[in-house]
Design a protein around this ligand. Sequence first.
Ligand SMILES: *[C@@H]1O[C@H](CO)[C@@H](O)[C@H](O)[C@H]1NC(C)=O
Ligand SMILES: *[C@@H]1O[C@H](CO)[C@@H](O)[C@H](O)[C@H]1NC(C)=O
Ligand SMILES: *[C@@H]1O[C@H](CO)[C@@H](O)[C@H](O)[C@H]1NC(C)=O
Ligand SMILES: *[C@@H]1O[C@H](CO)[C@@H](O)[C@H](O)[C@H]1NC(C)=O
Ligand SMILES: *[C@@H]1O[C@H](CO)[C@@H](O)[C@H](O)[C@H]1NC(C)=O
Ligand SMILES: *[C@@H]1O[C@H](CO)[C@@H](O)[C@H](O)[C@H]1NC(C)=O
Length: 470
Amino acid sequence: MASSIPNPSLTTIYTTLAALASILIVFVIFSFSTQPNCLRPNYVRVRTHDSLLPPDTTNISHLVFGLVGSTNAWHHRKSYIESWWRPNITRGYLYLDTAPTDDLLPWSEASPPFRISDNITTLFEESRHNGEPVMVRLIHAVIEIFRDEREDVRWYIMGDDDSIFFVDNLVDVLSKYDHTKYIYIGGHSESIAPNEILSYDMGFGGAGLIMSYPLAKMVQKNIEDCVRRYPQLKCADQTLMNCVNDFGVALTAHKGLHQMDLHGDVSGFLSSHPKVPLLSLHHFDQLDPIFPSMDRSESAKHLMKAANIDQPRLVQQTVCYDRQLNWTFSCSWGYSVHIYENIIPRSVLKAPLQTFKPWILESTPPLFIFDTRPLSNDPCATPHVFLFESIKIINETEVITNYVRVASRGLPACEIAGNHSADLINRIEVVSPMTKPKQDGKAECCDIVENKMDLVRLKLRDCMEDELIA
Ligand SMILES: *[C@@H]1O[C@H](CO)[C@@H](O)[C@H](O)[C@H]1NC(C)=O
Ligand SMILES: *[C@@H]1O[C@H](CO)[C@@H](O)[C@H](O)[C@H]1NC(C)=O
Ligand SMILES: *[C@@H]1O[C@H](CO)[C@@H](O)[C@H](O)[C@H]1NC(C)=O
Ligand SMILES: *[C@@H]1O[C@H](CO)[C@@H](O)[C@H](O)[C@H]1NC(C)=O
Ligand SMILES: *[C@@H]1O[C@H](CO)[C@@H](O)[C@H](O)[C@H]1NC(C)=O
Ligand SMILES: *[C@@H]1O[C@H](CO)[C@@H](O)[C@H](O)[C@H]1NC(C)=O
């Protein structure tokens, strides 16, 4: 379900979103293909011990995505969804406001199949709903997805037409919950203001609203009543929250679901991701492209090159040190590597550098629901930034990701740590295992296995017992 807080530069976000059909709710249904272990070459995944899992473990075919979009916006948003959608594997539908125009036909096989949303005019009018009709359409999609896809479904995931999901991680995370219970999983807004305005107990729609089957069944039966009971609520995700709360179910917040209520350059955020699997990214249209040399569509596809091989490691932060040079390396796997010319502990680096702005630009501090580090011109606190360029599977045990320098830092070396400049480093290679990281509660560690003139090679590994990252 989508909810959005007005961006100061937009008179109302609702109008804008409606106009763009870029409302946050897209319900995507994952409907799984019948072939078991269907690993296509483009979805080579890090090995898991699937054979050791109980046969009834949740898999991709138990997830159904309900995405709500508009025909108008689909022209440019389709590439976001196609970046993660797996035709004939992921189950679900895209709900459009009107029939696709000729230029969208024949319907792309790489897109989710579409449906036209039910006509909600009567419900909208008779409930005297205070928001835009699109909000009622978003809410109503819970009924439609449940009607369209029910068999062997454990989880319904509602999203927008610009919600990017990481399906392998969703399967892993959801398999740890009991899908036979009433469970409502969502993500907070990253900016304080939207939580304050809407609710701290709400799953923000574009990040993905996840309902277990029993919850979705209950919600779809009652959601029209909820719309009538809360006509003053403008946002679809707020109505859903109230509806769910009135049945005694509370939000389970997950830090890997990202509404991305931020503006500008989010590289700081993605380089210090919370230590949980990345599940979604939203608001791609509102953010600067996450890879500055590419446009937004290309950026989404580019990130998926890493995601299709190793989702559990994606944007997971690993920190290691070159003690001879007093350098710190902070790797966000599949996205970036930072070099600091100083020894900085993990406890500090885990807070994102504040490269981004809050959703409501005029907000006054405190701005975010997480710790941040200020940007500065201090050569001892400013990283050299390298971004993901390519990935290669070396053999059945190793993967190499390559990161290249974005720009010169334009600062002198950090004198207090020995004046060792990293200006000459242009490329970083990170070797990682083809197996899932150990899930023992600790992050991975790394070693510097090579540090030449212009190239550094890091290798990820399990941390040793009592190993300090400082
Ligand atoms: C998912 O699990 C079900 C059993 O619950 C099984 O029938 C189905 O083949 C599995 N699908 C995949 C893709 O593993
Ligand atoms: C999906 O399945 C249909 C019918 O089984 C088939 O015609 C189509 O080629 C498949 N699409 C892809 C992208 O594999
Ligand atoms: C939707 O329903 C309303 C009220 O019944 C009707 O006036 C309108 O024409 C319908 N819209 C479409 C696109 O069918
Ligand atoms: C994989 O490649 C690496 C680096 O070339 C090598 O050290 C390792 O032994 C190889 N592993 C296998 C199983 O071939
Ligand atoms: C590393 O930095 C410390 C100060 O933090 C300094 O005393 C030491 O000499 C530096 N080591 C090298 C090799 O530059
Ligand atoms: C630090 O290194 C730069 C050149 O890399 C040099 O110009 C400067 O004098 C050095 N500073 C100190 C205190 O050694």
